[in-house]
Design a protein around this ligand. Structure first.
Ligand code: UD1
Length: 429
């Protein structure tokens, strides 16, 4: 298994191009099941999760083509994928494919909406607490879908099609909102989603669906209204920038010091996290087509943070921020309100010398003067990149094992950091 070796202490300086967002690309690819025409997606990141989803979609009968390299492109430039679901032959998504990635469960929405039936294995994905699908099924049931659980599979049936409905989510859910949005586009009548997630990835999906002929208003607010249409058609859509990758590199620069421009991204996608970084003592400014992050000489101040649905502080940046706070002056309280058990990075950060104490749904981080390199283990996608951030600032060598977690969500991580001066290399076993 590959591992990543980092020799800490080098500041980061230069330019980091930000990739297309994994969390937007996945639902967009799944939306291709809603039409028999071709959906062309541009700026799709080259990630293990994208490849896994292509396998799952292929199993349903979707053909895909990936265009070759064009002038000026590198292996880090997003790819263009064309998806063609004109001949879906299988509405069942099997365990061995779905269990590796939670988002693949969302195929249930377009399958039931277009074909009136779906059978999807219960999902897997990152081990960050129990991640149920009850709210996704609640949304589908509201639209008239009959759901049964058989042998670890969710079997969904709606032989007469879906009906528009009022769906009031008891808690904000990104997955539930994606599923409701996709299913409602082909339902008979109007669907109103209340307490909808407001994440930019929801807006990106809605914009693509609108280009495909869907009638949607309110995406990006807590109330989304969808008027069902009889069919959707193909279109071309460019995947939005990855705000979590953006925030991760911003925190890496905050940690090491230096001056980096994050290119092809937008501050409004992560304003809350950028404001927190300013409070920490990092200079953050919007520049043409990106964000400049700059820290020279000044120390890091401790700041308390609570994760929240968008526009709050993202849970997907919690581990990275905790890594940063290990070196800040004073004590920081980091509260996680979205996922239980999303603190598995704490014991690994402690191996580098971090002082962190857990207190219910919060982690209390007492900043230390120095971290020291050590072998550590990646436990999930965002936790593993927090170890990279810590390793970049630790004295000596840090070796991160199980980096397949990183490959699920960070495109060309070593190359992007390496070009900015980080001493980081992948060791293939
Ligand atoms: C998505 C993101 C993930 C991010 C999360 C929160 C993708 C592929 N993943 O995950 O990176 O961390 O949003 O921003 O986009 N819940 C239920 N029942 C359900 C569904 C969810 O109780 O049926 C709970 C979850 O356990 C969690 C909370 O609701 O506590 C939020 O989950 P949700 O917003 O749905 O996250 P995901 O879409 O899975």
């Amino acid at each position: 298994m590959d591992r990543i070796k980092i020799t800490g202490g080098a500041p980061l300086n230069g330019v980091i191009p930000i990739s297309g967002a994994k969390n937007a690309a996945l639902p967009l690819m799944i939306a291709s099941l809603l039409t028999g025409d071709t959906l062309e997606l541009r700026n799709v990141p080259r990630l293990a999760d994208v490849n896994q989803l292509l396998r799952i979609l292929g199993n349903h009968g979707i053909d895909h083509t990936i265009t070759g390299k064009r002038p000026g492109q590198t292996s880090e430039t997003g790819q263009t994928i064309r998806l063609d679901a004109s001949s879906v032959i299988d509405t069942c998504a099997p365990y061995d494919l779905v269990s590796r990635m939670r988002a693949s469960f969302w195929v249930i929405a377009p399958l039931i909406a277009r074909f009136g039936e779906a059978c999807v294995s219960m999902p897997g994905g990152c081990a960050i607490g129990t991640r149920p699908v009850d709210l996704l099924l609640f949304a589908l049931e509201r639209m008239g879908v009959r759901i049964e659980i058989e042998g670890g599979y969710v079997v969904a049936r709606a032989p007469k099609g879906l009906k528009g409905a009022e769906i009031a989510f008891p808690k904000v859910t990104v997955s539930g909102t994606h599923v409701a949005l996709m299913a409602a586009t082909l339902a008979d009548g109007t669907t109103v989603v209340e307490n909808a997630a407001r994440e930019p990835e929801i807006v990106d999906l809605a914009e693509c669906l609108i280009k495909m002929g869907a009638k949607i208003t309110g995406a990006g607010t807590s109330r989304i209204v969808i008027d069902g249409v009889a069919r959707l058609h193909g279109t071309t859509h460019t995947v939005m920038p990855d705000r979590i990758e953006t925030g991760t590199y911003a925190m890496a620069v905050a940690m090491t010091g230096g001056d980096v421009t994050l290119e092809n991204t937008r501050p409004e996608f992560l304003q809350n996290a950028l404001d927190v970084l300013s409070q920490v003592g990092v200079e953050v400014s919007a520049v043409n087509d990106g964000i400049r992050v700059h820290r020279n000489g000044t120390g890091l101040r401790s700041v308390d943070v609570t994760t929240d649905p968008f526009p709050g502080f993202p849970t997907d940046l919690q581990a990275q921020f905790m890594a940063l706070m290990t070196r800040a002056e004073g004590t920081s309280r980091i509260r996680e309100t979205i996922f239980e058990n999303r603190f598995m990075h704490v014991q690994e950060l402690a191996r580098l010398g971090a002082q962190i104490r857990l207190d219910g749904d919060a982690a209390i981080v007492q900043g230390v003067e120095r971290l020291k390199g050590a072998p550590v283990m990646a436990t999930d996608l965002r936790a593993s990149v927090s170890l990279v951030i810590a390793g970049l600032a630790a004295e000596g060598e840090t070796e991160i094992h199980r980096v397949y977690h990183l490959d699920r969500g960070f495109e060309a991580l070593e190359a992007k950091l390496g070009r900015c001066g980080a001493r980081i290399e992948r060791i293939s076993a």
